[in-house]
Design a binder for this molecule. Structure first.
Ligand code: CP
Length: 308
């Protein structure tokens, strides 16, 4: 089924072939942006951000502007009529006349899915609660493809808040579908990945998973290290957050034992979990990752709008 006019709510909405097509087009756009600078002329992106964001919202906006389109929307629900009690359904019924494609971030899991049920234009999930973040996954995959040349035969470590981290949930599920991927999941016992997710990826894809509390233990074998921040906004009380907030800090001393071709990724924002002395390490690619996020979102929107 072509991608035109579809919604993207969960990374599993895309087949492996479609994921690869989006990544391939994203890399073409990255290498030759001028060739795509007018393909969205006359198109409007609507951004509905009910929760804070820097990269997701602004990379979507940048992506649409780089393709010659325009953008409208809100970055704070308090400045929208949600503050007066308007439902998502009513907001969407109005907004889908104002824009050709919508991206929504919401603190409630399932809100973008609900939006998609009322929308006549494509709805993209820009992150829903601790659930999924499919366009961050596209960003992560394009970065792996660009710097490793392929998304297969990799041992991938996720480190930090694996319970609440939606970027982790989406990427774990998606990487499980690629060839010969295994995982090392590094977290405090309070922040392990949800059991249902672990069971799903083990049963459906038969992926090897090692769970540990030690970042150092498996570092020498790792190909990709995906660091994440502890998700303060998802904790029920401050005391629990404070206890866990600095549980893993990646620094140069720890990286001495890692592979020379390790790829260090982070969806950002970083709080304290990667020390600034890592930023100049050639293995650190988290700022390049954020940059590639613009181009993969260009590719996604161009395909959903049927202009590429
Ligand atoms: N990675 C990510 O989703 O960043 P923002 O919260 O800044 O959008």
């Amino acid at each position: 089924m072509p991608l035109i006019n579809r919604h993207l709510i969960d990374p599993n909405d895309l087949t492996l072939e479609e994921l690869q097509q989006i990544i391939e087009l994203g890399l073409k756009m990255y290498n030759q942006p001028k060739a795509y600078s007018e393909i969205c002329k006359g198109k409007i992106l609507g951004t509905l951000f009910y929760e804070p964001s820097t990269r997701t919202r602004l990379s979507f906006e940048s992506a649409m502007l780089k393709m010659g389109g325009t953008v409208l929307g809100f970055s704070d629900a308090n400045t929208s009529s949600a503050k007066k009690g308007e439902s998502i359904a009513d907001t969407i019924r109005v907004l889908d006349d104002y824009a050709d494609i919508l991206v929504m971030r919401h603190p409630r899991e399932g809100a973008p899915l609900l939006a998609s049920q009322f929308s006549t234009v494509p709805v993209i999930n820009g992150g829903d609660g601790g659930h999924q973040h499919p366009t961050q996954t596209l960003t992560d995959l394009i970065t792996i493809q660009n710097y490793r040349g392929s998304i297969s035969n990799l041992k991938v470590a996720f480190c930090g808040d694996l319970l609440f981290g939606r970027t982790v949930h989406s990427l774990l599920k998606t990487l499980s579908r690629f060839e010969n991927i295994s995982f090392v999941l590094v977290s405090p016992s309070e922040l392990k990945i949800p059991c249902h997710l672990k069971e799903e990826i083990q049963q459906e894809y038969n992926v090897e998973i090692i769970e540990t509390t030690s970042l150092e233990e498996h570092l020498p074998e790792i190909d990709i290290l995906y660091m994440t921040r502890i998700q303060k906004e998802r904790f029920f009380n401050e005391e629990d957050y404070v206890k866990l907030k600095d549980c893993y800090i990646l620094n140069q001393a720890k990286l001495k034992h890692a592979k020379d071709n390790l790829l260090i990724l982070h969806p950002l924002p970083r709080v304290n979990e990667i020390s600034y002395d890592v930023d100049d390490d050639p293995r650190a690619k988290y700022f390049e990752q954020a940059k590639l996020g613009v181009y993969v979102r260009m590719a996604l929107m161009a395909m959903l709008l049927g202009v590429a």
